[in-house]
Unconditional design. Structure first.
Length: 297
């Protein structure tokens, strides 16, 4: 299997910027962590893929990109977050969807819905993140990000993104190909991109056929220069210590109540669905620590 990676390139003397991504392994991890059925896996996987590509342009260590679909479809909220180190995580409101269109493709647009917005936040480590909002077009994810890039970031873009799911429900291939016209683009470059968009095969099928990302780029942009490559991976930084710290923000009476009912507490990470168990003994320790920390203040 091809390793997960993003390749960044330019073509037509720097008039077109290209990002190609293979995300098969990380989308498979997302599917496993959230127990996703195929349509949910595809909706989440496509969103994770474009978000990972957007984050590959980040420069600072602590910068991150968050993309969120709220389309009022059965999927509920679909959210992905990626950072400058290539760590990608996310979740979907309903992971149990298996909706299929009449043509046999997974009905991602129907799952996400079109009554709402795509919100993208670029957190550059400043006080306020830069947030852009655009109306969801089809809910198919690629179209919606293309519209977002055009409206919110004034960058005409073609966004191809796809997830192939095997009959056994595992992820067979996943990836994305985004090409964007830079401000110096001529009419010739514009029509070149339109022509590529009209003839391009789905990127997940290209990855599944065994082509490398460089080969995929050169198939459509024969003069492309490869500029950079980035590793990407499914990763959530949550830990039992982090949840213990958030339990410490509860009132004493709430912690005491959990200690007294002797069932302990379970905290589940929204991003990666990992469950952390806290016994009554753990909770007593948290209560004790809480008072130590208060005294130190
Ligand atoms: Zn987590």
């Amino acid at each position: 299997m091809m390793k997960d990676e993003i390749v960044i390139a330019e073509a037509l003397d720097g008039q077109i910027r290209i990002h190609a991504a293979c995300t098969t392994a990380l989308v498979e991890q997302a599917r496993i962590h959230h127990h996703c059925m195929p349509t949910s896996a595809a909706a989440l996987g496509r969103t994770l893929t474009v978000t990972a590509i957007m984050a590959s342009d980040l420069k600072g260590e602590n910068e991150k990109v968050t993309a969120m679909f709220n389309g009022h479809g059965p999927a509920g909220t679909v959210l992905a977050q990626a950072d400058a180190k290539g760590n990608v995580k996310g979740f979907i409101g309903d992971p149990n969807l298996y909706l299929v269109r009449e043509d046999g493709h997974l009905a991602v647009g129907q799952a996400i819905g079109t009554d709402g917005n795509l919100t993208v936040s670029r957190d550059m480590g400043l006080k306020e993140p830069f947030t852009g909002v655009s109306k969801i077009q089809s809910g198919e994810v690629g179209d919606d990000f293309a519209y977002y890039f055009a409206i919110s970031e004034q960058t005409p873009s073609v966004v191809g993104v796809g997830v192939l799911v095997s009959p056994d429900g595992t992820i067979k291939a996943s990836g994305g190909l985004i090409y964007q016209l830079l401000p110096n683009a001529t009419e010739e470059a514009i029509s070149f991109c339109e022509n590529v968009a009209a003839t391009q095969k789905p990127v997940s099928e290209l990855i599944d056929s065994g082509l490398s990302l460089d080969e995929i780029i050169h198939t459509y942009f024969s003069d492309a220069n490869i500029l950079d490559r980035r590793n990407i991976q499914w990763h959530c930084e949550c830990s039992k210590e982090r949840f213990a710290a958030s339990l410490m923000t509860l009132k004493d009476s709430e912690i005491e109540e959990m200690i007294n009912d002797e069932k302990g507490a379970e905290c589940v990470c929204q991003y990666c669905n990992t469950a952390y168990q806290f016994t009554s003994e753990d909770l007593k320790e948290i209560l004790k620590q809480k008072h130590v920390e208060n005294r130190e203040c």
